[in-house]
Design a protein around this ligand. Structure first.
Ligand code: EPU
Length: 335
């Protein structure tokens, strides 16, 4: 087994934070993982694309880097296709594969950084679609017993940027394969305003799956920094959901309050707006700061330490609480 010691994670997290893992091992198959689990013990940390992670200190743990690859057709009928995707496949490679084969369902999730195995953990989402909408099941290896377990959709407790893998099962499973159901007849989700506008701009009235994917990519490239150029983890915070009562209080005080009414009567408030209103948008403090085109994103301008980024996030959180009485919750996993 290729177990490395004192291994730098700088190239393995999209924030580009330079910390070391005491042990590191790339995992290429379930069998290899089962063998390794017989030889190592906790603490174990499973790493995917490292794109939803803020590392604030060296990890005294064995990092298992998910490199299980492959996209396989498992079943199909006239309308749908079921695919089995390795947890170590780059999420956007899976999207590109689906788009190239004209299978619909994940084109709105184009260009989201990270791996397929990590996608269900926080139920990744963008432009009106979440991974739960196409998710059927996943295979996982229990890190404590080495046993393989299957989770069906209803076992996963999917919610907005949330699942059982972020809560009661946090750190317990290595997600080896994810099964997704895609549509052969495109049912495109064009509800998101920016997609509609961009398609209209290009005079595309009957978009293909590829048109939607290209449009999403263009929107993302306009608003979100490329981690290869500027370290970041996408949205740093979740959009907070508040009650009707709290919403009324805020709406009476802030006439330009931005919000999305939820089906359950609550209101989701764009955290980017709250942060911008507090004056953070485009503000740089040392090596870190809030991104100029999207205040919800925190960036590393070069040599930021994880602690520096965490401190900035804390300052943002404090000022949003002071102004709006809303406590932001981090979307990224802070270690
Ligand atoms: N806004 C501002 N200022 C900002 C940013 C946003 O006022 O600096 C307001 C605007 O009113 C804008 C609204 O927020 O219309 C929504 O902004 P945007 O469309 O950029 O979406 P978001 O709510 O900030 C969420 C996801 C993104 C996802 C987009 C598109 C979360 C935490 N983030 O961001 O996901 O790409 O919607 O669907 O839900 C991620 O999770 O890492 C991520 C990038």
């Amino acid at each position: 087994m290729d177990l490395k010691t004192n291994f730098s994670l700088k190239e393995y997290n999209s924030f580009g934070i330079d910390v070391n893992a005491s042990h590191f091992c790339a995992i290429h198959s379930e069998d290899q993982l089962k063998e390794i689990l017989k030889k190592i013990s906790q603490p174990i940390f499973v790493l995917g694309g490292g794109s939803n992670l803020l590392l604030t200190k060296d990890l005294n743990a064995t990092v298992l880097y998910n490199q299980i690859k492959g996209i396989e057709r498992v079943a199909e009928n006239e309308k749908t296709i079921l695919i089995k995707v390795g947890g170590g496949v780059v999420w956007d490679d899976c999207v590109s594969w689906a788009v190239a084969h004209s299978y619909a369902g994940i084109e709105n999730l184009s260009l989201i950084p990270g791996s397929v195995g990590a996608a269900p953990i926080q139920n990744i989402g963008a432009y009106g679609v979440e991974v739960k909408d196409v998710f059927i099941s996943l295979d996982a290896i229990d890190l404590n017993t080495g046993k393989k377990v299957s989770f069906k959709k209803e076992d996963c407790g999917f919610a907005y940027r949330n699942s059982v893998f972020k809560n009661q099962y946090k750190g317990q499973f290595f997600i080896s394969y994810v099964y997704l159901e895609l549509q052969k007849e495109a049912k495109l989700n064009l509800a998101y305003g920016a997609i509609k506008e961009k398609l209209a701009e290009q005079k595309i009235s009957e978009p293909t799956i590829k048109d939607v994917s290209d449009t999403v990519k263009a929107i993302r490239r306009m608003k979100l920094p490329d981690p290869a150029e500027l370290g970041n983890s996408g949205s740093f915070f979740k959009n907070p959901v508040i009650s009707e009562e709290e919403f009324q209080r805020l709406a009476s005080e802030f006439s330009d309050l931005k919000y999305y009414a939820q089906e359950d009567g609550n209101y989701k408030i764009p955290a980017g707006w709250l942060i911008e209103e507090c004056g953070w948008k485009g503000k740089r403090i040392g090596n870190t700061g809030s991104y100029a085109k999207q205040a919800l994103v925190i960036v590393n301008y070069g040599d930021a330490s994880g602690e520096e980024v965490e401190q900035h996030a804390l300052n943002v959180k404090k000022s949003v609480y002071a102004k709006f009485g809303i406590l932001l919750e981090a979307e990224v996993n802070i270690l």
